[in-house]
Write a protein that binds this ligand. Structure first.
Ligand code: ADP
Ligand code: MG
Length: 295
């Protein structure tokens, strides 16, 4: 019997899980954030060929406040999985206490943990390469998130053809920090109108890509200085090489961007993670590229 298949329907129905899932969920948690606790899980014998397969079981700490909010998160997570930018999603629902759960593809740890593990640390160049790929796909998928950081990246080593290669995927799409592009306002204008009025025709994917590279980079500065002090800030040259109008729009989105679905101002995340004051987005650009943006 096949118990779990990847979900491909972004609008999958969210229901109360009545029967017990054929899973053994470990008691020891593997990770947690502000909203969720995450455990390893193994498929039971009754799952036939899948028995013994490892999964990740994520449960919300509290009962969900709004089904609409959870639906948006699932829609993003399923889209990310289909784009191969996020882990596969196998099962979603609510438990008897109205807590939400997601059963997803297993990764051994977050990128943050992988970096802390001596000896196995991925090279900075590898992190840049893998994350650039994932963030670009996310941008193509019309998703913007400001809480991009190494704790919201899962990583595993693939020992292919002798050379160990890292595979990295993005996770965690809560509505506080993530929005679909159609709901983003810059600051009062819908992002699509803003772009079409811009005489240099900023491309939406480029705009999301550039803004998210900046967010991932500034949110990772603390970890970089601690573990990779000799390397430049993440995506430094890639950010610098984006067209000027894309960069200006990206900084506007970070500083003033708003969403109909309640997303917080992205710059508030950067201020939360960066250890020194960030008076404005121009300062963020300076820190990441070593240059002043000439407008
Ligand atoms: N698929 C996964 N594989 C491995 N670890 C995971 C996975 N999903 C989440 N985690 C771990 O659990 C932590 C919390 O999960 P996350 O979805 O970010 O919840 P929160 O919204 O509370 O931040 C992550 O930082 C990561 O360490
Ligand atoms: Mg998280």
């Amino acid at each position: 019997m096949v118990c779990f298949r990847p979900i491909t329907d972004e609008n999958v129905k969210i229901t109360r899980q009545k029967e017990k899932l054929p899973l053994i969920v470990e008691e020891q948690k593997v990770g947690s954030g502000s909203y969720n606790i995450v455990y390893n899980a193994v498929a039971k014998k009754s799952c036939g060929k899948q028995s013994g397969n490892k999964y990740i079981f994520r449960r919300s700490k509290d009962a969900i406040e709004s089904l609409k909010v959870f639906k948006q998160e699932i829609k993003m997570a399923v889209r990310m999985a289909k784009l191969k930018a996020g882990p596969e999603i196998y099962k979603v629902g609510l438990d008897k206490n109205e807590k939400s759960f997601i059963l997803m593809e297993h990764y051994p740890s977050s990128l943050r943990k992988a970096i802390e593990t001596k000896g196995k640390r991925p090279r900075w160049k590898e992190i840049e390469k893998e994350l650039k790929k994932a963030i670009y796909k996310m941008a193509e998928g019309g998703i913007f998130c400001s809480d991009l950081k190494f704790r919201n990246v899962v990583a595993r080593r693939q020992a292919a053809a002798g050379a160990a290669k890292w595979e990295m995927k993005l996770i965690d799409f809560g509505d506080d920090f993530c929005s679909f592009s159609e709901n983003i306002y810059l600051p009062q204008k819908n992002v699509k109108n803003f772009i079409s009025k811009n005489k240099n025709k900023v491309d939406l994917t480029d705009l999301l890509y550039c803004s998210m590279m900046i967010m991932m980079s500034i949110n990772s500065e603390r970890t970089r200085t601690r573990f990779y002090g000799n390397d430049k800030p993440l995506f430094s040259s890639e950010i610098k090489s984006m067209p000027l109008d894309v960069k200006i729009s990206a900084l506007l989105l970070i500083g003033k961007g708003d969403s109909k679905t309640g997303m917080r101002k992205p710059i508030s995340q950067a201020r939360h993670y960066y250890p020194k004051p960030l008076p404005n987005t121009d300062k963020i650009y300076e820190i990441l590229t070593g240059e002043t943006l000439k407008k």
